[in-house]
Design a protein around this ligand. Sequence first.
Ligand SMILES: NC(=O)c1ccc[n+]([C@@H]2O[C@H](COP(=O)([O-])OP(=O)(O)OC[C@H]3O[C@@H](n4cnc5c(N)ncnc54)[C@H](O)[C@@H]3O)[C@@H](O)[C@H]2O)c1
Length: 259
Amino acid sequence: MSAPTFNDKVAIVTGGGSGIGRAACQRLGIEGARVVVADIDLPGAERTVELIAARGGQAVAVRVDIANEADNQTMFDLAERRFGGIDAVFLNAGMIQPYGPLETLETDVFDRIIAVNLRGTYLGVQQARARLRPGGSCVVTASLSGVIGFAEAPAYSVSKHGLVGLVRSSAAAFAARGARINALCPGMVLTGMTGNGGLEAIEEPDAIGDPTYRGALTAQQIAEVALFLLGRRSAGINGQAQNVDAALLSAFPPLAEML
Ligand SMILES: NC(=O)c1ccc[n+]([C@@H]2O[C@H](COP(=O)([O-])OP(=O)(O)OC[C@H]3O[C@@H](n4cnc5c(N)ncnc54)[C@H](O)[C@@H]3O)[C@@H](O)[C@H]2O)c1
């Protein structure tokens, strides 16, 4: 058997207290990484650390509001001070807006969504660019809403389109430092954001079932792609936005039951 993929590596995961981020933290821990679990919800992050420790992994929880520049710096400082350097950064934290069309969108809601999802992730990208060790990788969680418009969540969709642009525009700067950056664009995922919070179970990666064609995915099905992009096996991929959506966007028209 080959050694765990992230042996001797250090990872930072934002939004690590729930959903996709928690699943990624758990899988990184199992693969040998030492993990900084960052979340605005500290008890959630601490629970993730417990789950990692229960499988023999090493992790530390930190309360971070990604919209805050100093918090982003603190999170990277902690990783360097505690674990000696940074190899993998998963900038995954984000928030959804109250659903409603553009006509009902209030400017302060727009501002908040952009401040967290787009500007907050940008602050993390700048830290990752400056501080990843050579061979390192940054992955940003965008969304299918960053690939096509989402009329019921226009501010969210703008923020996620921005993230795809940020990743594509940052690939050169990361390459100049011997690192990479890519985006994930999940479809519908069963997490707190979609009313399926509190999930903790992790399966053996080779035993994960397939999602329904164009149906919802599990957090772990997204996290496995994040680990691939964070690790050395994806060394040839930089500046890309990868849909992970069980083919939801691959064909038109939509399924009859979606109309
Ligand atoms: N669930 C879906 O269907 C779906 C689809 C596409 C993209 N996404 C994206 O996936 C990412 C993860 O979401 P999830 O589905 O796992 O939902 P989730 O609600 O389970 O997890 C999101 C985590 O981010 C944290 N967070 C929110 N704002 C933060 C902030 N300002 N600073 C630090 N942490 C913050 C939350 O506390 C939470 O732990 C998000 O960026 C989301 O937009 C989700």
